[in-house]
Design a protein around this ligand. Structure first.
Ligand code: SAH
Ligand code: SF4
Ligand code: F3S
Length: 447
């Protein structure tokens, strides 16, 4: 019995909520734990450490964390040596750590987004001194380079190029929990990607809340377009994606780089948030619908077969039926390849939370349903157009629902499940689409 528990102490379980930034942070937390001798488990019951990396962008993201923390009580009772840690964006909110400790006193470690690199130290103190740790830095520090990282895939990797956000969209909590914009040095980014390529990686996705403002404040300023061109030169790398692009900052240089550089994939995530000028202004987005549409049209014109994806919020304070119809029409006009749709969620201390004319839950849900229908119509019709076409696919693994098939993505980001012989994970193959389904493609590899 004793042995069993000791073994469990060497296993950790990490659960991650939120965006790719958080996923990448979790890969680093996992990398640090592996370096000090722990192994990962996907089963909470056999873990000696359970770590929750949290998100607070919407209320339902937070509710999930609370629900999951409640469930840990039983595990802790069964195994008092279990170490429970909570970190991530949610912890950066004023008062949240104390609220959690009050409600869930069995939590051992709490830290925020700016001090994740200190996790092994905290763990050591909990184990050797038996203390409870709550440490959250209010301000961003220098970027810590060289942390170990345990990546989810052997083919494609996230590479964060900048941290934080300066935009303060009025609905959004991210700038408060992730701090101000700061960019990694280009040489650190290039070295990381070269190292990935030497390990067999074929694709990178560059991450930042607003990648188009990359490079500002660096000793030697480098623009995002320049960085893209430098990355395009890396031998052995096949594909480069990036997200997110703020429409106000995506410029012609970047469009030109995608057009001219073979490794840059034809996919742009361009969150519009709303199709109404009145609401865009209240959101502090710094562009108009007309500007957004002209950008979309330019991208479509310059980059053949490009896919454009987006984020949209319904029910922002003061949004009228007319404003919403502007959004609906914009969705029909752009014909998105995919879109994340959200119901506006009030976030403490954001300007929109203090706006008086909040939209009723009923109207929000009604608009959300209509929006999802319009988005789906557009996504499905874009997908159907691939019937019979030949596409280039990077093989990422076996298909989720059918192990006899392989799975991967087209350059512009479409999921393809296909049959093939003599093809390995990491290969790039041409696939003929035999069936275009609503949200994915089915095909056969061609020699
Ligand atoms: N930096 C990125 C992504 C930020 S969070 C960007 O600017 O696009 C991802 C998405 O969550 C946002 O694009 C927005 O659509 C949505 N979001 C952010 N705050 C929200 C809130 N309070 N309620 C509902 N959706 C929100
Ligand atoms: Fe939030 Fe706006 Fe920054 Fe995106 S750009 S993270 S939506 S404040
Ligand atoms: Fe959530 Fe933080 Fe990302 S709030 S969306 S995990 S930056």
């Amino acid at each position: 019995m004793v042995n069993e528990i000791n073994n469990n102490l060497l296993k950790y379980y990490i659960e991650t909520w939120g965006c790719q930034m958080n996923e990448e942070d979790s890969e680093k937390l996992s990398g640090m734990l592996k370096r000090i001798g722990y192994t990962r488990t996907e089963d909470k019951n056999e873990a000696g450490i359970i770590l929750f990396n949290t998100c607070c962008v919407r209320e339902n993201a937070e509710n999930k964390v609370f629900g999951n923390l409640g469930q840990l009580k039983k595990l802790k009772e069964k195994n008092p040596d279990l170490i429970i840690g909570i970190c991530g964006c949610m912890m950066q909110q004023e008062g949240m750590a104390d609220k959690i400790l009050k409600q869930f006193p069995y939590v051992n470690i709490i830290f925020g987004t700016h001090n994740a690199y200190k996790f092994p130290e905290y763990l050591n103190r909990v184990k050797t001194e038996g203390v409870q740790i709550k440490e959250i830095f209010n301000k961003e520090e220098e970027i810590v380079e060289g942390l170990p990282i345990d990546r989810q895939s052997d083919v494609k990797a996230f590479v964060t190029i900048m941290y934080g956000c300066n935009n303060f969209c009025t609905y959004c909590i991210v700038p408060f929990v992730r701090g101000r914009e700061r960019s990694r040095k280009p040489e650190d980014i290039i070295n990381e990607i070269k190292d990935l390529v030497s390990k067999g990686y074929k694709e990178v996705t560059l991450l930042g809340q607003n990648v188009n403002s990359y490079g500002k404040g660096l000793e030697n300023e480098v623009s995002f377009a320049e960085l893209l061109r430098m990355i395009n030169e890396i031998d052995g790398l096949e594909r480069v994606r990036f997200m997110t692009s703020h429409p106000k900052d995506l410029n012609e240089d970047v469009i030109k780089a995608i057009k001219e550089c073979g490794k840059l994939c034809e996919q742009i995530h361009l969150p519009v948030q709303s199709g109404s000028d009145r609401i865009l202004k209240k959101m502090n987005r710094h562009y108009t619908r007309e500007y957004y549409m002209s950008l979309v049209n330019k991208i479509k014109q310059e980059i053949p077969d490009v896919s454009i994806t987006t984020d949209i919020i319904v029910g922002f304070p003061g949004e009228t039926e007319e404003d919403f119809l502007d959004t609906l029409n914009l969705v029909k006009e752009v014909q998105y390849d995919s879109a994340f749709t959200f119901i506006y969620s009030r976030r403490n201390n954001t300007p929109a939370d203090m706006m008086l004319n909040q939209v009723s839950e009923e109207d929000k849900h009604d608009r959300f349903n209509r929006l999802v229908e319009a988005v789906n119509n557009s996504v499905i019709s874009k997908n159907k157009a691939y019937d019979g076409k030949v596409v280039e696919v990077l093989v990422e693994g076996t298909s989720k629902n059918d192990e006899t098939k392989l799975s991967g993505r087209t350059r512009n980001g479409r999921l393809v499940n296909f049959s093939a012989e003599g093809v390995n994970i990491g290969d790039i193959v041409n696939v003929k689409i035999t069936k275009a389904q609503n949200f994915s493609l089915v095909g056969e590899a061609i020699k």
